[in-house]
Write a protein that binds this ligand. Structure first.
Ligand code: NAI
Ligand code: MG
Length: 499
């Protein structure tokens, strides 16, 4: 298969890594092709052309990877090495990623389409923070001594790693989502089979290579490229103890059901339709700037995108006007072009999905205020303009369903109680935002909103120490921090008679 020459903008290092465009699986220290020889292409979303060819892992490959992870877990030394030794390996892993940050950002920008600057400042910066943060955890995992009421009995807990983890991640922040999964699992002493999304397999393969170079024992982190079939094989494998997934709510429900039947541990980070509320006393400039980023950041492809904007009626026209003006000025282009502010969508499938929603918004009577089409002067690629609708009907599809693209629907409201009820009238509950100068309104709404994260005069804040996850159909469990680590640990209670 001829692989398209990578864009001129790539550095020699990334060009060299891309090489002949073939990148195999990672199982232990081996780099095999798929057992049945199947492959697929990963595409540059700015052109639709192939960047590289990777294996489509099948059930046999997944089985080999899970066996490698099982052996690495059962036979050690990962789980049994001292906490400080495990921490040192993770520190070296974080440092290896930091050393290659520029290359990884280029690779991410090429494979995902996002602006290179965004890849550096968000994806790479946060990936490195995340790996460093969890490298600090192995030496701080503690059990308790419990004040039981049985005389002459020592009762204590041990926190032990869950085991082999199957980790399935999406394409919107490929490396960062891999880090969110891999870092706490490794800190806990688990072993991993990681499956990146079929749209963006490259940075996960590179991450696996860097982990080995940094001294992670072979088999502790294995990487399987492939689509939903590969993911399903991982979920179905009886020797996988825990599944961690980020992606669509539909697939999350299916994985949750399977994990329930098999009684596997499971964490799910799913979709959203997050409400962002501008109160009458808000700093409107800050609200406009923040609300613009909340939806259009990463071309709207963020699980916590602020995709429903509720604006107090008295400021509605002003806020909508200012957002529309910003949308019209946004420069779209390939991620690797220095002037690009917004990249393409990830795929033809997402382009069709997003344009389908834009059509449905128009047909349903929402008013199109900005965007709505393909940008002028951009040939090929999966581009769509930043799009803004206004509407009054919360039941429109564009106001209820996750679009996962640069499409915002703005809705006017009258009172705080009304807007809280409308904000909560959704199956989702990932994030919510409030713009106000009133402390009491801010904290009243923060308590009323059904969402795993509430942002006040800000949007999308993230930190490895701060729990993240969903209420309702937005997920199960929390990632990050103490809570996130705990999802990779079992609690064992030991009773010892002192008689
Ligand atoms: P998806 O949920 O199908 O894919 C996410 C990951 O799951 C990928 O690695 C995929 O290969 C894997 N997968 C797919 N089917 C599977 C199965 N049956 N068993 C195990 N793994 C499976 O999401 P997709 O199709 O890429 O995007 C569709 C929509 O999902 C988007 O438009 C968006 O609404 C939502 N989405 C949400 C994300 C989030 O961050 N919460 C990320 C990506 C997509
Ligand atoms: Mg899918």
């Amino acid at each position: 298969m001829p692989v398209a020459a990578p864009p001129e903008a790539l550095s020699d290092a990334v060009r060299a890594w891309l090489g002949d465009g073939r990148h195999n699986l990672l199982i232990g220290e081996e780099r095999p092709a798929a057992a049945d020889g199947r492959t697929f292409e990963t595409l540059d979303p700015a052109t639709g052309k192939a960047i590289a060819e990777v294996p489509q892992a099948g059930a046999a490959d997944v089985d080999a990877a899970v066996r490698a992870a099982r052996a690495a877990f059962d036979e050690g030394p990962w789980r049994t090495m001292t906490p400080s030794a495990r921490a040192r390996v993770l520190q070296r892993f974080a440092a290896a990623v930091a050393d290659r940050a520029d290359e990884l950002a280029e690779l991410e920008s090429l494979d995902n389409g996002k602006p290179l600057k965004l890849a550096r400042k968000v994806d790479l910066a946060e990936t490195i923070d995340y790996l460093e943060y969890f490298a600090g955890w192995p030496t701080k995992i503690e059990g308790d001594v419990l004040p039981v009421s049985t005389p002459e009995m020592l009762c204590y807990t041990r926190r032990e790693p869950v085991g082999v983890c199957g980790q399935i991640v999406p394409w919107n922040f490929p490396l960062l989502m891999a880090a969110w999964k891999v870092a706490p699992a490794l800190a806990a002493g688990c072993t991993v089979v990681l499956k990146p999304a079929e749209q963006t397999p490259l940075s996960a393969l590179r991450l696996g290579e860097l982990a080995l170079e940094a001294g992670l024992p072979p088999g502790v982190l294995n990487v399987m490229t492939g689509d939903g079939e590969t993911g399903a094989a991982l979920v179905d494998h009886p020797s996988v103890d825990k599944i961690a997934f980020t992606g669509s709510t539909a697939v999350g429900r299916e994985i949750g059901a399977k994990a329930g039947r098999a009684l596997k541990r499971v964490t799910l980070e799913l979709g959203g339709k997050s409400p962002n509320i501008v109160l009458p006393d808000a700093d409107l400039d800050a609200a406009v700037k923040g609300s613009f980023q909340a939806i259009y950041f990463n071309t709207g492809q963020a699980c916590n995108a602020g995709s429903r904007l509720f604006v107090a009626r008295e400021h509605f026209d002003e806020v909508v006007g200012a957002l529309a003006e910003r949308a019209r000025k946004t420069r779209l282009g390939p991620g690797l072009d220095a002037g690009t502010q917004m990249g393409p969508l990830i795929s033809q499938e997402q382009l069709e999905r997003v344009t389908g929603y834009i059509e449905s918004g128009r047909a349903g009577g929402a008013e199109l205020v900005a965007g709505g089409g393909r940008p002028e002067g951009v040939d090929g690629g999966y581009f769509v303009e930043p799009t803004l609708f206004t509407a009054t009907d919360d039941r429109l599809d564009i106001a209820r369903e996750e679009i996962f693209g640069p499409v915002l629907v703005a809705l006017p409201y009258e009172t705080l109680e009304e807007v809280a009820a409308r904000a909560n009238d959704t199956e989702y509950g990932l994030a919510a935002g409030v713009w106000t100068r009133s402390l009491s309104s801010a904290h009243r709404l923060a308590a009323m909103l059904q969402a795993g994260s509430v942002y006040v005069n800000a949007w999308g804040m993230s930190d490895p120490a701060a729990p993240f996850g969903g209420y309702k159909a937005s997920g199960v469990g929390r990632e990050h921090g103490h809570a996130g680590l705990g999802q990779y640990l079992e609690t064992k209670t030991v009773w010892a008679s002192l008689r």
